[in-house]
Ligand binder design. Structure first.
Ligand SMILES: [Zn+2]
Length: 73
């Protein structure tokens, strides 16, 4: 008996990194470390990016807000 799997976009309640607005479906940006020992395995299990050492995750309202975030750095 298999359980039906239906992907539902998760609701993540957080604050926008750029403007501090409360959002529940953020644009999630994952910054990968430039030097990484992580290797992709073809056809293998997907590794949750949040579990990779050095990965930096920020939440934003949308891509526009994310761009602003980049410029403000
Ligand atoms: Zn924002």
């Amino acid at each position: 008996m298999g359980r039906p799997r239906k992907y539902k976009r998760p609701v993540i309640e957080c604050e926008c990194e750029t403007c501090g607005k409360q959002i529940d479906r953020p644009y999630i940006y994952t910054k990968m470390p430039s030097a990484t020992s992580f290797t992709y395995t073809k056809g293998g299990e997907k590794t949750a990016r949040s579990q990779i050492d050095g990965a930096e995750i920020t939440f934003h309202c949308n891509t526009e807000c994310y761009k602003e975030y980049l410029y403000s750095k």
